[in-house]
Ligand binder design. Sequence first.
Ligand code: PMT
Length: 402
Amino acid sequence: MTTKPVKTLANKRVLLGVSAGIAAYKTPDLVRKLTELGAEVEVILTRNADQFVAPLALQAVSGRSVHNYAMTAESESGMGHIDLARWADVVLIAPATANVIARLCQGNADELLTTVCVATEAPLAVAPAMNQQMWQNPATEENIKTLAGRGAFILGPDSGEQACGEIGPGRMLQPIEIARRLGTHFQLGAMAGKNVMITAGPTWEAIDPVRGITNHSSGLMGYALAQAAVESGANVTLVSGPTNLSPPERAKAINVTSALDMHAAVFAEIDDQDVFIGVAAVADYRPVNSVTHKIKKNADEMTITMVKNPDILADVASHSKRPFCVGFAAETNDVIDYARGKLERKKLDMIAANHVGSSETGFGTPNNAITLITNDSVTELPKQNKYALARVLMNEIAKKLP
Ligand code: PMT
């Protein structure tokens, strides 16, 4: 009896860069292995790679036309280098020759694949393949260290008999092993099949048709988490207050304005969710009366009476069909103590405490740092890009799910 492989690459878009080495002949099999694990695959060949593998074979197994090295007016009018850079959840280069590794280190943008690598925010995985002397050359060793230091995943190489007849390290890993390690490295599929709802952005509490009360949340942290959840295989619903961001293509996006709208949108679908993550900076209060006409500035003073908004996260956590509940705590001081208080008061499973009020992390910044607190653990997630942080956080959440 054959067992079905676990879809560790479910929902994942793998941009496979094939460089000009003999191991390229194995890449149609690699594409098969990646798609069997659930990935969608686009292929870019570097200059001369088509001497080692037929583009038509790659097209047949990937179901998509293959991109060659050249950046022409014709290729750029289709899926150009920026589209490919944005499309990818991960860029995998296999085989990666000594030459392409050196060019990646230098940040060269001298053909389509290297240009996409410079333009993308997606993580990079490299499966080296070369003669054993080339692999052990100090320049290659240095280049590999540089790429690894920048966060690239180095898959292999294997050791053994080489195409040139020599024996030693430098053989590309077998396709099945590359696909397996890619899934493990990125801990993809950790949320496969789970329904995850995320709130993001600020809310807008209207005073009159042209004025309102809001805050500095850009939505970036919540949108990054939605992206990370999609990448890890989840069915994602993103309930967002007003932002300038585009939601991840594969998430269901629900746009709302006020805290009451957000509460209603969340509760319309909460019974189907396995995980709820409250990242939105929800206004705690709203004006009692929002008037339908523009208020005139006749008086020297004006008073706006406010009423408390419902606490969406606390209501979800005390709901009868309660999902796993993760809150965020935005604090300027005593971050851990206040966050722990919210974890207990709102009856959450986990809270991500972040320091706000500096220009480095928190509201509207590209980076964030989090202390992740549960009833029995405290984990520091150091300062990094919100997208990278979201991937780590999503894996931490996945570990705690029943
Ligand atoms: O959007 P960015 O610019 O990327 O910034 C990200 C962020 C700083 C907004 C984000 O990381 C963050 O900390 N979000 C929570 C901000 C917040 O409002 O924290 P809070 O301490 O007021 O609320 C605690 C938790 O209760 C939050 O999960 C919040 O979503 C939830 N809450 C609060 C009030 C309310 N009425 N309903 C809620 O669901």
